[in-house]
Design a protein around this ligand. Structure first.
Ligand SMILES: C[S@@+](CC[C@H](N)C(=O)[O-])C[C@H]1O[C@@H](n2cnc3c(N)ncnc32)[C@H](O)[C@@H]1O
Length: 317
């Protein structure tokens, strides 16, 4: 399976000072890979740092299976846990680990999830309407489309997909579900295409992209989970520990940006020359704003094109 980890060297460079400091002080270091996926970033981290242990989380059992094989050579230095990333603190507690030196989030779907047609993530392949990252629980895209009311579906397509033609698409979805024909990703992709006026179809790539993204976000409750996950991750970082996050769409990036801006802000009123006791910021931005992938990487790996990278360091307890 072809898989190219995004911004691999940059992510490792951002985590490196925290990992190297821990190794120098304790002869060991811990990193959480909150989105283990196919273990691209994790394998490289484990190869570069023989004293490092990675705790890899993923909600997708198929990804875990592949990651397990790919990281088998690292033995007990990789601990793989089937969990959603908002459960970071609970996972660490269950492992009796208090804090970690680095945390990486590489958000979104993996190349495996897109490539395996029957998962239903790809609008370019015909498959059942599933889209669950964790197929062991939750409701599928089919159930969302068959059971949600018109207004809720319109809101999902507008808010999570920025879809201007949401009412037209949803009306056709409702016709198809009433007729009993809404049964595959191809049917859905065709409905979207037919709902969008021809001139609008000619710009912005495949018109189904926005609807599929919106449904995927709803099915997996991606934004709610991410909103809980970033504060949880920040809270389990050791002092000098680092958090690195890669987002691939603006709603995710907004959540990450706001969560880290909150903790990087001093509580001292503006205008005072020094921080009041206990009100200095406990984290600092490692990147002012966000960073994109390099031009070369964007050309080589289309997935890197929409990536936004943010990173912070913990300064105090
Ligand atoms: C882009 S891939 C990660 C790829 C990985 N960095 C690599 O190089 O192989 C994102 C992974 O995060 C997982 N994921 C998405 N949302 C999650 C969540 N809320 N909790 C845990 N894992 C999640 C997906 O199942 C997917 O395997």
């Amino acid at each position: 399976m072809q898989h190219v980890p995004v911004a691999l060297d940059r992510c490792i460079a951002l985590l490196a000072p925290a990992i190297e400091r821990a190794i120098a002080e304790k002869k060991s270091a811990y990193v959480i890979d909150a989105t283990l996926g196919l273990a691209g970033h994790t394998s490289e981290l484990l190869s570069r740092y023989p004293e490092l242990t990675v705790i890899g989380l993923d909600r997708d059992l198929a990804a875990i299976e592949i990651a397990r094989t790919r990281t088998a050579q690292f033995g007990s230095r990789i601990i793989i846990v089937h969990a959603v990333y908002s459960e970071i603190a609970e996972v660490l507690a269950s492992l009796n680990i208090e804090a970690v030196d680095g945390i990486l989030f590489d958000l979104g779907v993996s190349s495996m999830q897109l490539d395996v047609a029957d998962r239903g993530f790809a609008y370019s392949q015909d498959a059942p309407l599933d889209m669950r990252m964790d197929q062991s629980q939750g409701i599928s895209a089919y159930e969302v489309l068959m059971t949600y009311d018109r207004n809720t579906l319109i809101r999902i397509l507008r808010n999570f997909g920025d879809e201007k033609f949401a009412p037209r698409i949803v009306d056709r979805i409702i016709d198809a579900r009433t007729a009993g024909t809404l049964n595959s990703t191809k049917v859905l992709a065709d409905i979207v295409k037919e709902s969008i006026p021809a001139p609008a179809r000619r710009t912005g790539g495949n018109p189904a992209k926005r609807t599929f993204q919106a449904l995927r976000i709803e099915v997996n409750q991606e934004l709610e989970i991410l909103t809980r996950a970033i504060p949880a991750a920040l809270s389990v970082l050791t002092i000098s520990g680092r958090l690195v996050v890669m987002s691939y769409q603006s709603l995710e990036d907004k959540i990450v940006k706001s969560a880290i801006a909150t903790v990087c802000k001093s509580g001292t009123p503006l205008g005072l020359p020094i921080d009041l006791p206990n009100s200095a910021a406990k984290y600092r931005l490692l990147i002012a704003g966000s960073e994109s992938a390099s031009n070369e990487e964007m050309i080589d790996n289309s997935r890197a094109q929409s990536m936004r990278l943010r990173a912070v360091e913990r300064l105090a307890a």
